[in-house]
Structure formats: structure tokens, C-alpha cells
Write a protein that binds this ligand. Structure first.
Ligand SMILES: [Zn+2]
Length: 426
């Protein structure tokens, strides 16, 4: 595609602009990835890389400081003495340790999660609002994690040889439950969800869902702008309760055909069963990591017992050591996981463009997402290979524009019934 047609495809969407009158659409940036339009996104990526690296370094240093030098064992003795009942000793230690870790992580968390986001105009949340949400998250996390952690250590003590097999097997149903419980029970505690089935956009999305072969029961609007200016859409529920959630930041600032492009991508994940694939891969990785952690702990504990004061993996005082070993395993598996995720994302992109038949709208949606989420459209290759779960936006835009399937008639004309009667696509 020549430079001028590319420009027209990306910015000449006059019909879309007419339809979206009343929606606050900002001008789209161009595709000069090294140009000044993307300078802020590049700076944001660098700042996040630096703060992310600092945050990782701090947690490694903190866990090492706690583990070596017998500090974790010392904290365990102190909490044991204060426990009102011997059965509450482990719970007292685990709660104290996670509270200490939470407090010590607050400064960097505040810098990374709030100050940086504010500086780049990505959130309107107040510091107090940010802190209240963190506190609520910590309280909820403790309620969920404490029994799990105690269960893990009880299993390690009772089944010293095959605990890794038992825990990895038990993690599978938990992962499945968490996939559904999170959005249904936890998310409403942080945001408001309103059904928008009467909305014209919602009826377009339902038509699209019918063509994708993904039945949905409802379309919800979520007040994501409370936390962030970033945009998102996702599915929750199973079977007859399956619903799609659109962030207000997406609904209000994207043209209808761009919202359709984003939603069509999510339909791609549904049609390909990507959630189940991820669950299966996570479960498989769980067995590998559990076995690896057991082998590493088995060697590490006798070597370090003199300095840590802990010689059994079933002793909760070994928690900081567990964190370090777990982090090591994540660092090894992370890039493989990210590569698999990028492959899945590329396939969902191709599916979405096939479904809407509108590559230019897809490219515009990607540009707008990158602009609004302040993603660097073309980060360095090593960073993509190491961490990125999605292909770079530059690549996704180029692929969408190179897709030479004929755009469906009316797909961009914005009328509520535009997507009906599209026999050429399946
Ligand atoms: Zn995706």
C-alpha cells in the first residue's frame, strides 16, 4: 500500500467521523513510529521499564534480606510468641510477612502505579483514591491468599515427596474457578457495571456476535475511567451468562467501527478457545514449576540453613526463599509464555479482520488504542521477545493494512444495521 492510500485509510474516515458526532474522538496519530507523535509513548515505556526494573530489584533484595541473616526465622519466633493459640502461629506469621511486604512495596507501587500514570495523563484518580483501592485489594488478597498459603505449607509438611504433584493438580480447578469468580465477584467491588443493551452500539455488537458464532447474553458498560484513561473490552461468564464488558473509555472515544474491531478481536479469542488454551498451558507450566521448585528447594535448604535458620520447606519461615526460587522459575518460563501469547494475539487479529472485513478500521482501532494506552508502537526487539504478550502495534497496523480482503459494504457507514447482510464473510 502506498504512503498516500495508507494515510487516507487511517485518517480519511469521514463517514466514521460523521457518525461519531457527539463522541469525543481525538485526532489519530500517524504511522511515523519514530516521529514526535509517539515521543511520549516512547518516554512512558522507558520510565515504566526503569521503575519496573527497580520494583523487581527491590523485591529480590527484600526477599534475600529477609531469608539470609535469619530475619524471616526471627520474625517467625516473634509472631509465634504473640499468637493467642498454637494453631494460629503460621497464620500470624504469614499475615505479618505479607503486611510488611505490602507496606515496603507501597512507595515504588505509588510511584509506578500512580505518579507515573498521573504524569503521563493516564489517570485522574487522586492519591487517596489510589491508596484506598490498594488497601481494599490487600485486604481481599489476604482473605483469599492466607488459607491458600497455609494449605500449601500443610501439604508440603504432610507429603514431603509428592506435594508438588498434589499442589499442581489442585491448582487447576482453582485457576478455572478464579477465571470466573474474579470478574463476577471481585470486579464489581472496584467498578460499576451497567447493561447497555438498548444502545445502538450494543445492537451492532450483538449482530457481530451472531456472525462470529459467539452467543452473548448482554453488553455491559464499565466505568474504567475511574482508574485509568486506558481502554479495554473483555468477556466474562460462561455459557448462557456470557457477556461482554466495554470500558467507558472505549465506548466514548472510539468510533463505532473501531469498537467493533476491538470487540471482533475478543470474539477471535472466544472462537479459538484461547481462555481454555491459556488455562491448560498455565496448568502444564504449574507442574513444571512445582517440580522445579521442589528440586531447587531440596538442594538450596541444606546449603543455606546455617544462614537462614530454616531447614525444612514445610516451615512457613522459608516463604521469602520460596519467593526467590519462584521468581527464578518465572524468569525462565516468561519469554516462552509471552511468545505463545503473541502467536494467539496475531491469530485473533486475523480473525477480527476477517469478521469485519475492514482492515483500515482495525488499523485505526489499534492506533487509537496505542495512543490512548500510550503504548510504544515499535519497542526494541529484545524487549518484545522477553516480555511482550502482544505483537508491537506497528506490526499489527501493517498486517491490518496489508490484508487485501475486500472491505464489506457498509461496514464503516455507521448505520445500526450496517453489519447485517454480510454474506461474503464467515
Ligand atoms: Zn487479544
Amino acid at each position: 500500500m502506498s504512503e498516500s492510500t495508507l494515510g487516507t485509510a487511517l485518517t480519511g474516515a469521514t463517514e466514521t467521523d460523521t457518525v461519531s458526532a457527539g463522541r469525543s474522538l481525538s485526532a489519530l496519530p500517524g504511522t511515523d513510529w519514530d516521529g514526535p507523535e509517539w515521543a511520549r509513548a516512547r518516554r512512558y515505556r522507558r520510565v515504566r521499564m526503569a521503575t519496573g526494573a527497580a520494583s523487581l530489584a527491590i523485591s529480590v533484595a527484600r526477599d534475600a534480606w529477609l531469608a539470609f541473616g535469619g530475619r524471616s526465622a526471627g520474625l517467625k519466633r516473634a509472631t509465634d510468641r504473640r499468637a493467642p493459640h498454637p494453631a494460629l502461629r503460621d497464620a500470624g506469621f504469614v499475615t505479618s510477612l505479607s503486611a510488611a511486604e505490602w507496606v515496603s512495596g507501597l512507595p515504588v507501587g505509588f510511584a509506578l502505579g500512580h505518579l507515573v500514570e498521573r504524569a503521563f495523563g493516564l489517570t485522574r484518580q487522586t492519591p487517596g483514591g489510589w491508596f484506598r483501592e490498594r488497601a481494599k485489594g490487600f485486604a481481599l488478597g489476604t482473605v483469599i491468599q492466607l488459607p491458600l498459603t497455609l494449605g500449601v505449607f500443610a501439604t508440603v509438611r504432610r507429603r514431603p515427596d509428592d506435594w508438588w504433584l498434589i499442589l499442581a493438580s489442585g491448582a487447576l480447578p482453582l485457576t478455572v474457578v478464579a477465571t470466573y469468580v474474579g470478574p463476577v465477584l471481585i470486579a464489581p467491588r472496584f467498578n460499576a457495571y451497567v447493561p447497555v443493551d438498548e444502545d445502538e452500539l450494543a445492537s451492532r455488537i450483538k449482530v457481530l456476535a451472531g456472525r462470529a458464532g459467539v452467543p452473548i447474553s448482554a453488553v455491559y458498560r464499565m466505568d474504567m475511567s475511574r482508574q485509568t484513561e486506558k481502554a479495554n473490552a473483555y468477556f466474562t461468564g460462561i455459557g448462557a451468562t456470557k457477556r461482554i464488558v466495554l470500558a467507558d473509555t472505549l465506548m466514548d472515544r472510539f468510533a463505532p467501527d473501531e469498537v467493533e474491531a476491538v470487540v471482533a478481536h475478543e470474539f477471535g479469542h472466544q472462537v479459538h478457545g484461547d481462555i481454555w488454551r491459556f488455562t491448560a498451558i498455565t496448568a502444564a507450566a504449574g507442574f513444571v514449576v512445582a517440580y522445579g521448585v521442589r528440586a531447587t528447594m531440596g538442594r538450596l535448604l541444606p546449603m543455606t540453613a546455617a544462614r537462614t535458620g530454616v531447614d525444612s520447606p514445610g516451615d512457613v519461615a522459608s516463604l521469602p526463599l520460596w519467593s526467590l526460587v519462584g521468581l527464578g522459575h518465572a524468569a525462565v518460563l516468561g519469554p516462552a509464555f509471552a511468545a505463545y501469547s503473541r502467536a494467539i494475539e496475531r491469530r485473533a487479529d486475523r480473525f477480527a479482520i476477517g469478521l469485519t472485513g475492514d482492515g483500515p478500521a482495525y488499523a485505526r482501532a489499534m492506533l487509537r488504542l496505542a495512543h490512548q494506552n500510550m503504548s510504544d508502537p515499535s519497542p526494541p526487539g529484545w524487549l518484545v521477545r522477553a516480555l511482550a504478550t502482544h505483537p508491537p502495534v506497528a506490526e499489527r497496523v501493517a498486517a491490518a493494512l496489508a490484508d487485501d480482503r475486500v472491505p464489506s459494504p457498509g461496514a464503516t457507514d455507521g448505520a445500526g444495521t450496517a453489519t447485517a447482510g454480510n454474506g461474503s464473510l464467515s
